[in-house]
Every structure is written in C-alpha cells, then in structure tokens.
Ligand binder design. Structure first.
Ligand code: ADP
Ligand code: MG
Length: 698
C-alpha cells in the first residue's frame, strides 16, 4: 500500500471524465457532457463513438464482457454479462460494442419482482444507461449503470424513481432560488453521504452456522459473558485481519471511484463502519450498492464474511446506514448551509422549514421507506432511533425559530429582535449543542442525517421520499410566494407559519426514553412499530397523491412496490422460521440428546461402582430434560404457527401473522434453545458460539 500512488489508483477502473476527455473526439465529448449536465437525449451517432471508446478502454484494462448493471426491487444489484466478441468471418472474432448496446439492454425480466406490473402490462423489461453515473470495470466486466423499466415505461427498479425525484426537486428548488433573484443556478442536486455499518465474522465459523448462511442473522445463540458493555471496541485498534481487509476494501473502492473516507470499529464487537464523501444522490446510491458488494467479495478473500444484516446478533447493537442528505446548487452552494447575510439566511430558513414541513407531513412515508423484517429488530430497540419519526434541530436553531415565531428576542443574539431577511442569524457553530445520537433525523450544521435506514437496504427508497416530499413543499411555497405582493413580508410570514404548524415534529430530547413515546403520541406523531404496520402508509391516499402528482410513481407502481415489500417481508420470515425448525431438529435436539445420554451414562456407571455421589449429573440431567421438554413444546408451537399462517389466503394477512404469532413462537423457541446452550457441554453444541463469532477474527 505504502508505495501505491493513490491519486493514480483512484477511479482507474472508471470510464470517467479523464478517460472520456482523453479518448473521445472533442465534439463527441462535448455532446456527451451536455447530455450529462442537462439530462437530454443522447444521439445514437454519439453513443456509437462513446461505446467504441469505452470498449477499447475496457479491453485494455483486461475486460472481456459488458453488463447493464441495475437495481431491481429486491434491493440488491443485478447484472447479465455479454462478451464483446463478434464473429467476423473465417471463424475469427473481433471485440465489439455498439451505441445501441451501451444505451439500451433487454434482460429477461421475468424473474425479477414486479409486484404484478408485468401481469397487466408487458412481460419484458429493458435497461437504459443512466448517463450521469459513470461506467466501471468489475471482475473483468464493463458495467453500465442503468435504470430498469417495463415496456410500458413502468419503473421496475430502485433507480428510476430516484432519478425522477431528483428531477422534480431540481425544478422546485430552482423556483425558490429564482424568487431570491438567483437565476444563475442551472441545476439543484440532492447530495447524499451514506455511512455504512457492517460486521465481519470468520468464514469457517460462518460455514457452521446455517442461520447466518440462509438468513444473514443468528437465529440462536446464548449471550456471551462479554458483550459490548465495556464499549472498548468503538474506535478501538483494528486487529491485523480486519485492518488488512479494510486496506484492501478501500483500495478496491478507490479504483471504482468511490470516495471511501472514514473507517473505524463500531460500538459492537466485530462491527465496523465505512463512510464515503457525499455525492449526488443517484451516484451515492450506485456507490453504496457497489460498496456493499465489494465488502462481501473482499471479505471472502480474507477468509471473512461481511454481514450486512440489520441485526446479526441478538443483544448486540445492530447495523444501520446513516443517510446524510442535503441540496446543492451546481454553483457549489449548499442550500442547507446557514448564510452570512440576512438575505442568505432567509433563504436558508425557507429551505429548512420546507424540510421540517416535509418530514412532518410525510413522516409515515419516511417510516415505510426504511421498513423491513431486518430493520424491525433495530428501530425502537434502544440502539437505533425509535419507530417514531422526529427531527433534531439543536437548541440554538430551535431557539432562533421559536424567537422568529413569537417575534421575540433571541437570547444569544446581539440584535434586539430577530426578523427574517433583516437580521443576520447569530453564529451558531456546528457543535455548540451536543450531537443528539438518539434522533432519527438530525440537523448536523449543513445537512440532515437520517439515521433510520437499515444497513442492508438500498438508500434509494428514503431518498426518493425525501426528494419528493421536499419538492412538493417547495412547490407549494413557490406557488404562494410567486403570487405575493411583497416578497419579504410573505416570506417572513411563510417561515413563521410553517414552523408554527409543524414544530411538533421537532424534538431535541432523548428519543430512547419511554416518556418520548407518550409525548409523541400526545403531539399526534405516528408510531408504526413494525414493518407490516408501516407498509400501508405507502398506498395511503396522501402518498398516492404525492407520488403520482409529481410523476415519481404512478398508482400502479406504488401498488406494485407495496406488494413487493409485503412479499419480501413474508418470505424473509418464512425462511427464518423454517431455518429455525431445521436447526432445532437437525442440530440442537441431537446435541441435547447426546449430552443427556452422556450424563445418564456417567451417573449410571458411577452408581454401578457403588458409593459415588451423582447429584451433579442428576441436577444437570433434570435441567436438560426440563428444558428439552420445553424445547419440544416450543418447536411444535412454531410448526403450528407456521402452518396456520401459511393457510391464510392473502399475502397481507400472512405477513401480519408471520410478524405476530410466528415471530413470537420463534422468540420462545430461541429462548429455550439458548438456555440449553448455556448448560450443554461445548463439545456437543454444533453451532459456533457468540463468543467465537464476535471475538474470533484476530
Ligand atoms: P459527522 O461526523 O457529523 O457525521 P461527517 O463530516 O463525517 O459528519 O459526515 C458524515 C457524512 O455526511 C459523510 O459521508 C459526508 O460526506 C456527508 N456529508 C457532508 N456534507 C454533506 C452534504 N452537504 N450532503 C450530503 N452529505 C454530506
Ligand atoms: Mg453519522
């Protein structure tokens, strides 16, 4: 590593601006850049030249195939590889890649979830190059980042709605900027920096845990004697293997042009975090998907497995993904950065109150954007924000908004009275108030940090909601301000009124406290505790109006997404329940029987010898027997719960049964099995223990 030239390494596997400039004729380069910046149509003549240059570049780097890389609604990425080879007579081949192949692909879409869309429309789907996201080489394949749609134009992926939401946010934000006299901005982009948490476990131990292999999380496992209580892992020194993994990972990510910046151990043992420098939302989303893929493949190289599940270990912190979000003009100005002058601050306050209103009005949509079976183990579990959406603004900013609302003095202000557009905001350095780590949606000086997303999920969903909701509110603001007789008066009124009407969403206290649950209820905030509780928010009339009016999702697309969410939830729990039953029957019961046999045999041989005391064996045998009987009861109860749920007629009722009766039967079975693990001789317990998994990577 020491001898490597990082700036040279960075982006070396990306057909980015440097490669384009070096390899494309000037006019083609210009045409391509224009298309990228304006989001206009790419002419086929241009595409042909670009494709050929891209292929030459990729072949020089050892690539043999190309692939349209896309993000179906499963949440992971998909790719189908085609080689560049093309016959040219005499049984010979040449390497070819056309503009048509670059711009558009037709993967067989029938096996990707569509939530019923394809049944009513066309069976096939196609992929289109997202020209704003650079092509890259991964494992000898030139990957073209694409959006995936049905023939009717319905989105079948996570990227299309994200691009649509970015477009409407751009337009809405520019309407506001124009009102402030700012007409030089050509584009407003949503910016995102996702901090990614993950666990690393040893590959050999992993292979002995069917629960980890099949479900990504441990379904059994007694608590180790040392958990995370010493908090000695957070920012702790890296073990040699983890350190080697992280170095390799960073290097690989840099080659892919991903701005991996920070790495450190997290709170839980075996847990770590990687944060990139923020990028435009669609690129941040592509990069986060690539980061997750790369983490898994690099871990494997080091004899490790990277666990991205939200809760791989019970009793130990789970993994999330902090979605840092802001809006940025193409001039570089961050629209959520407090300004220097009163006028700039008025603009800042308007964008800020737009976010406050958007989060309050669409809190349920934000909640559903992070709802999954995995994330249900985190949200509300005193390690992650609760299922209640609220916002942290910090005492100073809240104080300023309060003073504005009431027309009173702001205590820290040198000005006598705070007036929008007239007085400058008092300087409030970023860290004057303690960072509130318990808040689901925190203002951190010049961006918001949405902390509810799970480690495993695509960040597309939460950003689609954020962009769309904020765009909707900004458009409403623009509608009223454009009509106003006096811009300044209307602006001041709008900021005050909006804050007044939506300040219930602002909460600077401890979100983990029980009192907050009661307080939030009295404020009328919703508390959708589980994923199935939250899914309905997606198809609520208010959501349908928001999305369809703004052209982000058609009604059919919303319903398809609702169906897919429910289906994935159901399948996840179904697989977990069956895996538990398999492990209980195939591994735990045999372990317990062997141990009981050993105990009774020892007791019997002692007795046969005469005067030996067998109280220990008898005591253990009784404990094992009692728990075994309970285990059998729990196991049967789980089997019955599964059978009963499977008989239900609709996916929705099944999902709800799995989320309640099946899940609680799973928890009961686990509790008994974990008690058995604690008293059974280690050599008889086939599953590697929590201690081995959590402390085994040295
Ligand atoms: P903190 O330590 O407060 O969490 P960092 O500066 O480490 O803040 O940033 C955390 C993440 O937020 C990083 O990924 C960073 O790139 C990202 N970030 C910073 N500014 C912005 C912004 N304007 N928009 C989106 N993300 C941002
Ligand atoms: Mg953070």
């Amino acid at each position: 590593m020491e001898n490597k030239n990082i700036p040279e390494l960075f982006g070396s596997m990306v057909f980015g601006d440097d490669a384009m400039r070096a390899r494309l004729p000037k006019d083609i380069y210009k045409a391509l850049k224009k298309t990228m910046q304006r989001g206009t149509h790419l002419e086929i003549e241009v595409a042909n030249v670009v494709a050929n240059a891209m292929k030459d570049w990729a072949v020089e780097k050892g690539a043999t195939h190309f692939s349209h890389w896309f993000q179906p609604m499963t949440g992971v990425t998909a790719e189908k590889h085609d080689s560049f080879i093309s016959p040219c007579g005499d049984g010979k081949i040449i390497m070819e890649f056309s503009g048509k192949e670059l711009v558009r692909g037709e993967p067989d879409a029938s096996s990707f979830p569509s939530g019923g869309i394809r049944a009513t429309f066309e069976a096939r789907g196609y992929t289109v190059w997202d020209i704003t996201s650079y092509a890259f080489i991964k494992d000898g394949t030139l990957c073209i980042p694409t959006a995936f749609c049905s023939y009717g134009g319905e989105a079948l992926d996570k990227k299309t709605p994200l691009l649509r939401s970015m477009e409407i946010l751009d337009k809405a934000a520019r309407r506001i900027l124009t009102l402030f006299g700012n007409t030089s901005v050509k584009r407003v982009l949503s910016t995102v920096g996702p901090e990614q948490e993950y666990f690393l476990v040893d590959l050999e131990a992993y292979k002995k845990r069917p629960d980890l292999m099949l479900t990504g999380r441990t379904l059994f496992g007694a608590k180790p004697s040392k958990g995370q209580e010493l908090e000695d892992h957070y920012f702790g020194a890296l073990t040699p293997r983890v350190s080697a993994f992280m170095k390799d990972l960073e290097e690989e990510l840099w080659k892919l042009g991903i701005l991996a910046k920070t790495k450190h151990n997290e709170v839980a043992p075996a847990q770590a975090e990687l944060a990139p420098i923020f990028a435009t939302a669609n690129i941040a989303c592509d990069h986060n998907q690539l980061t997750m893929e790369t983490m898994k493949s690099i871990a494997y190289r080091h004899g490790l497995v990277c666990l991205l599940h939200e809760k791989p270990f019970a009793g130990v912190n789970g993994s999330g993904k902090h979605n840092n979000w802001s809006m940025s003009a193409d001039t570089g100005a961050n629209l959520l950065e407090p300004g220097e002058t009163p006028f700039e601050n008025a603009q800042f306050l308007l964008f800020l109150t737009a976010v406050i209103k958007a989060v309050d009005e669409y809190q349920d949509l934000l909640r559903v954007s992070v709802a999954s079976a995995g994330n249900d183990h985190r949200l509300g579990a005193n390690e992650a924000p609760p299922a209640i959406v609220s916002m942290f603004l910090g005492e100073e900013l809240t104080g300023i908004l309060e003073a504005l609302e009431k027309g009173t003095d702001y205590q820290n202000s040198k000005n006598h009275k705070m007036e929008i557009g007239v007085t400058a905001l008092p300087h409030f350095p970023k860290d004057t108030t303690d960072r509130n780590r318990t808040s689901p949606f925190a203002f951190t000086g010049n961006k918001f940090e949405f902390r509810m997303p799970g480690s495993n999920q695509s960040i597309s969903d939460p950003n689609v909601v954020l962009n769309t909701a904020v765009a909707e509110i900004l458009n409403g603001f623009a509608d009223s301000l454009e009509k106003a007789e006096s811009f300044n008066t209307a602006l001041a009124q709008l900021i005050k009124n909006t804050y007044s009407a939506h300040k219930r969403i602002v909460f600077n206290g401890n979100n983990y406290a029980d009192e907050w649950v009661a307080e939030a209820k009295s404020r009328g905030l919703s508390n959708l505790k589980t994923a199935p509780d939250a899914f309905g928010a997606l198809t609520a009339p208010k959501s349908v109006v928001l999305f369809s009016k703004n052209g982000v999702f058609s009604e059919a697309e919303i319903h398809s997404r609702y169906e897919i969410l429910t289906e994935i939830y159901l399948k996840t729990l179904h697989i977990e329940a069956l895996t538990m039953l398999d492990i209980a029957k195939g591994s735990i019961i045999p372990s317990v029987i062997t141990y009981s046999g050993e105990l009774s045999q020892t007791a019997a041989s002692k007795k046969a010898c005469g005067a030996f005391d067998t109280s220990l064996e008898t005591f253990l045998l009784k404990s094992v027997s009692d728990l075994s009987a309970k285990l059998l009861k729990n196991l049967t109860a789980l089997e019955n719960a599964v059978q009963k749920a499977d008989k239900l007629s609709s996916t929705v009722t099944k999902a709800s049964a799995y989320g309640t009766s099946v899940l609680s039967a799973m928890n009961a079975l686990r509790e008994t099995a974990d008690s058995l693990e604690a008293i059974t001789a280690k050599k008889h317990w086939a599953l590697p223990s929590y201690a081995e998994l959590l402390y085994g990577v040295l």
